[in-house]
Design a protein around this ligand. Structure first.
Ligand SMILES: [Zn+2]
Length: 295
């Protein structure tokens, strides 16, 4: 279900590619389960519900979509393993609900190239036939990714191989829609990206700023709200945990200073919130709570 927000004069929509289940240890790393299960209860297989949120920004330079979720190219076995019960076209369905068709999107900003962020960037030509070829999902969009991220994705190692799949970006190169950028960018006067190394070497967060208001789409720089409250809570997925901690410290200070609305991409419970001073440091006060608690 989309959530529509107004940041100054810029309208944004939090859309989603649905829910999946992931091992709790992946998101909470070294944190003992007896601590993190107070935040979210795992199922019998130690899995917790996570969301695949994306952000649609009605910017001065056109419609910007941040990330694309898993998309519809996963085989049934993988979908079953991830506990994905939703039908196809979850993200496309959410976009449709806010009146946006795939052809309308002008820019797709890829925070990084992990499968759960870039899987929806491409699709099978014939939805029912994996052999029908892979084409861009958003036919008129420029897709932007960081140079370092493309290098890391193109030459994965034993640790990263399981999440980098060339069919998610090579068709975009073939169609001439893929653009490589280096470092922080302004996509429009009110939308900028900031590279925050940690989860990957060049993952980027996205700021929307207008009329004295701010929104920060954290992406995988900070998966769950509790990760921002407890800087030492770092997902096992992150390649450089110490860099993640420093990145979160910096983002937290800036978000606090700007009273930014924080959007959490994978938090199964808190969609968005703001930092307030708590007894033992900053805490996230939820403003939007996920309504789909089932999956
Ligand atoms: Zn992710």
């Amino acid at each position: 279900m989309p959530y529509t927000l107004q940041i100054g004069s810029v309208r944004c929509h939090i859309v989603s590619d649905g829910r999946q289940k992931s091992d709790g240890g992946g998101f909470f790393g070294l944190v003992p389960r007896v601590l993190w299960e107070r935040v979210v209860q795992p199922d019998d297989s130690n899995r917790i519900p996570t969301d695949l949120r994306c952000l649609l920004i009605e910017s001065e330079k056109g419609l910007i979509l941040v990330d694309t979720g898993q998309g519809d190219k996963l085989v049934d076995k993988t979908r079953a393993y991830l506990g994905m019960t939703d039908a196809n076209e979850r993200l496309i369905g959410d976009l449709r609900q806010v009146g946006v068709a795939p052809e309308d999107v002008d820019i797709v900003l890829l925070t990084h190239l992990h499968g759960d962020h870039v899987g929806g960037a491409t699709r099978w030509r014939d939805q029912a036939d994996p052999k029908s070829g892979v084409i861009p999902t958003f036919p008129n969009a420029r897709y932007l990714a960081q140079r370092q991220e493309l290098a890391d994705a193109s030459f994965p190692n034993e640790r990263t191989r399981g999440t980098y799949f060339p069919e998610n970006w090579e068709p975009l190169m073939a169609s001439g829609q893929f653009e490589i950028v280096t470092g922080d960018q302004y996509l429009s006067p009110s939308v900028r990206t900031e590279v925050i190394p940690g989860h990957t070497a060049s993952i980027q967060a996205v700021w929307v700023e207008d009329g004295g208001e701010s929104l920060l789409f954290l992406g995988d720089t900070c998966n769950w709200a509790v990760h921002l409250e407890r800087l030492a809570w770092v997902p096992a997925f992150d390649l450089d945990p110490m860099a993640s901690i420093e990145g979160k410290r910096r983002l937290r200070e800036e978000a606090m200073r700007r009273n930014a609305l924080l959007v959490f991409q994978h938090d199964g419970q808190v969609v968005a919130g703001r930092l307030v001073e708590g007894e033992r440091g900053p805490v996230v006060k939820a403003e939007i709570v996920e309504e789909r608690r089932d999956a």
